[in-house]
Design a protein around this ligand. Structure first.
Ligand code: UD1
Length: 449
């Protein structure tokens, strides 16, 4: 098992200085790849992060009959040969993925691939729309909560599909063609919004979906669909109106920059101190986060190419409530908790999106954080310094946050199961090392069951 080993003397002891480039968003690129299924021909997705999940999605599209080529700047690889190289041969961390979609698609997404990637559920909508049927294994993914599919299923049913769960698969069949309907989501679910929009673009008639998620990754997907010939109104708002068309055409599309990776680097500067420029990061997608860091005593400046966070003293604690966009992102909550653990004062952190995110709190407590959780609230009392220890990453964001906690800890912190970090962050340890952090990848004995 792989781990990351970080050695530090605590916050501000070794400030991070320099510039970090941020590539395309994982949570967008995977959906853009799935959306390629909607048009026969070659779709090219650029600015794709070089992470394992992208290679798993490429394998899934191949399984459905597509020819997928992943190129890393100077080299092109068949998708099936790159899957085992989390950070591939790319030095930039950015890929171009070219997907040739045949007229006749397979309709079955097998468990072996789907269990490795929660986002594979996003092939459900396109497959139903294109093939009139889909059989997609129930997904696995992060250990951050129950992550239901009821809104995906109800929405597809409203659009005219017969949907059932059978032997670990979601099976959907459309007797004729999907037909437009008025839909309403109980909660602005990112995955359900994406699946339903991708189904509705090829339905007969108009679909209105209310209370949709408004994350920048959703707008990115909608913009690509519009470039493909879809008719979508209300992009960036809570109501999407989709007028179905008969067919879509393939396009080339550049993935929106990753606001969660950008936010992670903002928190890295806040936790360790220093002056870090996040180039390519869109400050306007992180308004609440950057505003909180500035109110806590950091200095934040944005320009056309990104933003810079400068922190030269211990920050003041601030409360966080996670909510769908434009609220504070749940994916950055573990970083906010880490910062609170070494800030001046007490912070209340409320997690409204994924109940199991607080598994992370137990690991942070192993590093000496003074915190208490009750349901979906956590109270964190800041201390000047944490204390290095072995800990375990349970998901992508928790893993990266534990590495940052290691920067705020005196001594050695070893984060086991670091493969989670590689699923979301291209070359994370290598980038930190370039910024002056004493961090290395280490081989660890497997954890006992
Ligand atoms: C996506 C992101 C994830 C991010 C999350 C919220 C990807 C691959 N992942 O996940 O990083 O943390 O958005 O910003 O893009 N729910 C239901 N029924 C449903 C659908 C969702 O109960 O049919 C619940 C989930 O269990 C969860 C909440 O709604 O508690 C939010 O889920 P959702 O917004 O769908 O997140 P994902 O698309 O899974």
């Amino acid at each position: 098992m792989e781990g990351f080993q970080v050695v530090s003397r605590g916050p501000l002891s070794s400030p991070l200085t320099g510039s970090v480039p941020v590539g395309g968003a994982k949570n967008s690129a995977l959906k853009l790849m799935a959306a390629s299924l909607l048009a026969v021909g070659r779709t090219v997705v650029t600015n794709v992060p070089d992470i394992l999940d992208v290679h798993v999605m490429a394998r899934l599209l191949q399984e459905l009959g597509c020819t997928v080529r992943v190129s890393t700047g100077s080299t092109t690889e068949d998708a099936s040969t790159t899957e085992d190289a989390p950070n591939g041969s790319s030095r930039t961390g950015t890929l171009e993925v070219s997907i040739d979609v045949p007229a006749e698609l397979g309709h079955e997404a097998p468990y072996d691939l789907v269990r490795r990637l929660r986002a594979s559920i996003s092939v459900l909508g396109p497959l139903v729309a294109r093939c009139g049927r889909a059989k997609v294994a129930l997904p696995g993914g992060d250990n951050i909560g129950s992550r239901g599919l009821d809104m995906h299923i109800t929405g597809l049913h409203e659009l005219g599909a017969q949907v059932r769960i059978e032997h670990g698969f979601v099976v959907a069949e459309v007797p004729d063609r999907l037909r437009g309907a008025n839909l309403w989501l109980d909660f602005p679910s990112v995955g359900a919004t994406e699946n339903l929009v991708m189904a509705a673009v090829l339905a007969a008639g108009t679909t209105v979906i209310d209370n949709v998620a408004r994350e920048p990754e959703i707008s990115d997907l909608c913009e690509m669909l519009v470039a493909m010939g879809a008719d979508i109104e209300g992009i960036t708002t809570s109501t999407l109106t989709v007028r179905g068309v008969d067919e879509l055409r393939p396009v080339e599309h550049a993935t929106v920059p990753d606001r969660i990776v950008s936010g992670t680097w903002a928190f890295a500067a806040a936790v360790a101190g220093g002056e870090l420029t996040v180039s390519g990061g869109r400050a306007r997608h992180l308004d609440i986060v950057l505003d909180k860091l500035a109110s806590a005593g950091g200095s934040v400046s944005a320009d056309a190419d990104g933003f810079t966070v400068r922190v030269d003293k211990r920050l003041e604690s601030f409360d966080v409530v996670t909510l769908p966009y434009p609220g504070f992102p749940t994916d950055l909550q573990p970083f906010a908790m880490t910062l609170a653990a070494v800030s001046d004062g007490t912070a209340m952190i409320t997690e409204n999106v994924f109940e199991a995110r607080f598994m992370f709190a137990q690991e942070l407590a192993r590093l000496g954080a003074d915190l208490r959780t009750d349901g979906h609230h956590a109270v964190v009392r800041g201390k000047p310094v944490l204390s290095g220890a072995p800990v375990v990453a349970h998901d992508i964001r928790a893993g990266a946050a534990l590495v940052l906690a290691g920067l705020a800890a005196d001594g050695t912190t070893v984060v086991a199961e670091s493969h989670h970090i590689d699923r979301g962050y291209p070359r994370f340890a290598e980038t930190l090392r370039r910024l002056g952090v004493e961090v290395e990848r280490v081989e660890l004995p497997d954890l006992a069951p």
